[in-house]
Design a protein around this ligand. Structure first.
Ligand SMILES: [Zn+2]
Length: 130
């Protein structure tokens, strides 16, 4: 089963948040088959969301993650995105929207996450002027 980041509404506070591949996978692993109740992290903890020093950012326009190109090898056709929280994610030129030559080191991009047989992969990768 392939999971993909989903943009969902919190049933408690009605704010929109991203239901991540990691969360979907952990729910799936419990064998739960019903549609899960979507509760954002702040409501889940019963406290206000406080921003840690390094965290992933969302583009409010598209609901996609904002990151920066760590490196991209045009010849090999793949590279990695710095997610902003200290982790990186793989992306392939087939997941790039626009011309791959625009994806230079340090370029800000938006993307969404898909789980593939080989692990997490960024798709719908677009250049972003933040
Ligand atoms: Zn909430």
């Amino acid at each position: 089963m392939n999971f993909r980041d989903e943009w969902v509404q919190c049933t408690v506070c009605d704010r929109q948040f991203v239901y991540t591949v990691e969360q979907q996978r952990s729910v799936h692993a419990t064998g739960q088959t019903e549609e899960p109740v979507h509760v954002c992290r702040a409501c889940g903890r019963g406290e206000e969301e406080t921003a840690p020093e390094r965290q992933m950012q969302l583009d409010p326009e598209t609901g996609h993650w904002v990151g920066s190109v760590k490196w991209f090898d045009l010849d090999k056709g793949y590279g990695f995105i710095d997610r902003g929280d200290g982790t990186d994610v793989f992306f392939h030129r087939s997941g790039v929207v626009g011309h791959p030559s625009e994806f230079v080191d340090g370029q800000q991009v938006t993307y969404t996450i898909e789980e593939t047989d080989r692990g997490l992969q960024a798709i719908e990768v677009r250049t972003f002027e933040g």
